[in-house]
Design a protein around this ligand. Structure first.
Ligand code: EPU
Length: 416
């Protein structure tokens, strides 16, 4: 199996371009099912989750053609409504096809995604919302079967914000009769990108980016061309790479406001941050200051950056407390970081990180996507050689990360 080998201790320097956002492109791929025509998506990242999602769409009958960083998706041949277990089990986000399939075909059968390495991750809020729009839902043999003769707008209040739940219901409501209001909706930039795409297709979605979305149903949508927003988590990961190695790294082609919570935390940790129109530059120091971080839905501190910032804090000059409020089990990287010399104590949803002067290279194992990134960052700062195994997690969501890091001077290579 592939692994990544890093010889740490090199301060990274230079500029790196951010790819399109994984968590924006996946719901947008699902949204193509709402139309029967050819959609062109630009700035698509070269990551495994996009390949898997394309396979889900192909299993439904879509035809897909890749052109550099663009994807052409023809959904006119779609004639199936079942997303099979074999694909959904490898990527929870496949569950995003449930709403669009139901809205287009009146029928959808999608495997239940089950738990994953970062928590139980139920889908009850997706299902409750679809029922509120008039769908019948049956759970049998590991599948969700949803059907409706007619979907009707409704007011749905999420007990707590859910990103893909908001996206699934927003897509479904575009073709429902009448008006739907989604209250306490997720405000993530990826939700806003999806709303923009839907509106370009002819939908009537307002309020994206606030916690109240209003969707006025329309009879049909048309395929169009869209650009995927830059990946704030990939960009944030490169900023931490600059900070943790005491280097100077500029990320280009990003939306700095999407990174606000992270940039505040980095500044509080003593990292120097400079912001331009579409770039951010950080300058790290030998050891950062300790900080307390609490993850929260956007615009709060993103839980998708928690593991990477934990790596940074392992070398801070004092004790930091990281509180994880979004997922119940997202500290799997802590034990691996400890194998590199970090001092981390877990107390329920909190990690108490006592900074140490030096991390040491070690063989470590990735357990999920962001945990893999955290181990790579620690490896870049550590003394000696780190090998990160199970990098298929990394490949799900980072576009050639080792090539981009090598471009910043890192001694990193993929061993096949
Ligand atoms: N939740 C429920 N019931 C539901 C849905 C969610 O209880 O029906 C709970 C979850 O268990 C969790 C909280 O609500 O405690 C928030 O989860 P959310 O639904 O927002 O997560 P998600 O939509 O499954 C997306 C991203 C994740 C990211 C989270 C939180 C995509 C494809 N995935 O997941 O990204 O961590 O939002 O920001 O957008 C990643 O990229 O590494 C990743 C895991």
């Amino acid at each position: 199996m592939d692994h990544i080998e890093i010889e740490g201790g090199v301060p990274l320097r230079g500029r790196v371009r951010v790819s399109g956002a994984k968590n924006a492109v996946l719901p947008i791929l699902a949204s193509t099912l709402l139309t029967a025509g050819e959609t062109r998506l630009c700035n698509v990242p070269c990551v495994r989750d996009v390949t898997t999602f394309s396979q889900v769409l192909q299993a439904l009958g879509a035809e897909i053609h890749a052109e550099q960083d663009a994807l052409l998706i023809d959904t006119s041949p779609v004639d199936r409504y079942e997303a099979p277990y074999d694909l959904v089990k490898t990527m929870r986000a496949s569950f995003l096809v449930l709403g669009p399939l139901l809205a287009r075909m009146g029928h959808a059968k999608v495997s239940l995604p089950g738990g994953c390495a970062i928590g139980a991750r139920p889908v009850n809020l997706h299902l409750d919302g679809l029922q509120a729009l008039g769908a019948h839902i049956e759970l049998a043999h590991g599948y969700v079967h949803a059907w409706a003769d007619r979907l009707t707008g409704s007011t749905i209040t999420f007990p707590s914000p859910t990103v893909t739940g908001t996206e699934n219901l927003m897509m479904t409501a575009t073709l429902a009769e009448g008006m739907t209001i989604l209250d306490n909706a997720a405000r993530e930039p990826e939700v806003v990108n999806l709303a923009e795409v839907l509106n370009r297709m002819g939908a009537r979605v307002t309020g994206a980016g606030s916690s109240r979305l209003t969707i006025q149903g329309v009879r049909r949508l048309q395929a169009a061309t869209h650009a995927i927003i830059p990946d704030r988590i990939e960009g944030g990961t490169f900023l931490v790479a600059g900070a943790i190695t005491g280097g100077e790294v500029t990320i280009d082609g990003c939306v700095p406001t999407h990174l606000s919570a992270l940039l505040h935390s980095l500044q509080a940790a003593g990292v120097s941050v400079e912001v331009g129109d579409d770039w951010v530059r950080v300058k790290g120091m030998a050891r950062s200051s300790p900080i307390d971080v609490t993850t929260a839905p956007y615009p709060g501190f993103p839980n998708d950056m928690q593991a990477q910032v934990m790596a940074l804090l392992t070398r801070a000059n004092g004790q930091s407390v990281i509180s994880e409020t979004v997922f119940e089990n997202r500290f799997m990287h802590a034990a691996e970081l400890c194998r590199m010399g970090a001092e981390i104590r877990l107390c329920g949803a909190q990690a108490i990180v006592t900074g140490v002067p030096t991390l040491y290279g070690a063989p470590v194992m990735a357990t999920d996507l962001r945990a893999s990134a955290s181990l790579i960052l620690a490896g870049l700062a550590a003394k000696g050689v780190t090998t990160v195994s199970r990098v298929y997690h990394l490949d799900r969501g980072y576009d050639r990360i080792e090539v981009k890091l090598a471009g910043l001077g890192a001694k990193i290579r993929r061993v096949l």
